[in-house]
Design a protein around this ligand. Sequence first.
Ligand code: GLN
Length: 425
Amino acid sequence: MVTRPPSAFSGFAGRRARFEHDRFDASHDRELRDGFQQLATRCGLTSCSQLAGFLTQEGFDLGMPRLAEIAALCGETENDLELSDTNFRKRTSQDLIQFLVQILDCGLAVRDFHGFRNRFANLYEYTRDAHRGEIASYIPELARNSAQSYGLSVCSIDGQRFAFGDHHTDFTIQSVVKPLNYALAMSLNGESLVHRHVGREPSGRRFNELALNADNRPHNPMINSGAIMCCSLIKPRLNVDNRLNFIRRYWGSATGGRLPGFDESVYASERATAKRNVALTNLMREHNAFPEDSDTDAALDLYFRACALTLDCDALSVIAAMLANGGVCPLTGHRVAAPSIVRNTLSLMLSCGMYDFSGEYAFSVGLPAKSGVSGGLMIVVPGVCGIGLWSPPLDRQGNSVRGIEFSRLLVDTFPFHVFAGVAGD
Ligand code: GLN
């Protein structure tokens, strides 16, 4: 018997996203390492394997690139290296030690990891029973998805992770590709050029409605017309294969190394039944909405291909966490997108990310999110974590039924609504 999750949870300390990977001056290295030693001793950690066990318990996967040095040191089985050993000092970078100090010194966004995880487990169990919704079939291949599939993954802005259900099953990302393609178009062309060709106002219509704004531009980058436009702005001089690879590599840096796959049959199925997206492209051509010299057929083809990229919930949660972290991937510590681009992307996800349910979602859930017709949903909790969810049955607006139910319960459980603070939650 699953009980409704209790509300009010204070085991996390949301914080402003870190805009740069903090670095210490080399002269502080000694001080930093001494501080680490003291903290480790206080936590009862004296050897590398104890440290590794502690990190695992706190939700860190030792396979994450930021912890690679620890994983390597623990892999040397013949002796368990003492943290006080000079070899440990020699073989660990300042970046790693600083990260460890942050972890041991209660500097994580999610402090009570187990309490946090347990509440999500409860939310997952509770929403698993939602059986309404229809699986999208207008792209025939999508109808093969199962109504039972349900995956949920969470990644904190520091890289702590946990997941439930079908979190490791790949699905086509569909419209969830839109925010990142928008971010990529902006990083390649700048904000003003991109917004010469696409607006930033909710459309209030379906995602593929044959309609443009008063300037004959797509309303925003989160609906089909705007996403096709963003594709036209991604490396237009390259051929479509190379353009798609460029997008894949961008996603690869956002996931901390996992390159998206490609579902050839979903791509072919969408292309063969794409009358509406062809019509949208023609409408934009008629109004000269595309940049001059655009190959609009190629832009549309790139859009179909990008929608057919595949990822699992685990990877999706890391991308969401990168956005929640101001553009720095939590697993690698590398910057993927500039802060201003992340701000723009999150603003549009908040106002336009959930189709013609966006206003209601912003009102009642109050988080930047993006859904797709295959049942994928990416939710960003700024300064705390990213969430990847997949459950194919959709509601009337085209959003995952379980995804919407989960979102509502999420903000009942945690004070995550962007305006929760002013309500004293
Ligand atoms: N590939 C889909 C389409 O263009 C994406 C739409 C969506 O996920 N809402 O129709």
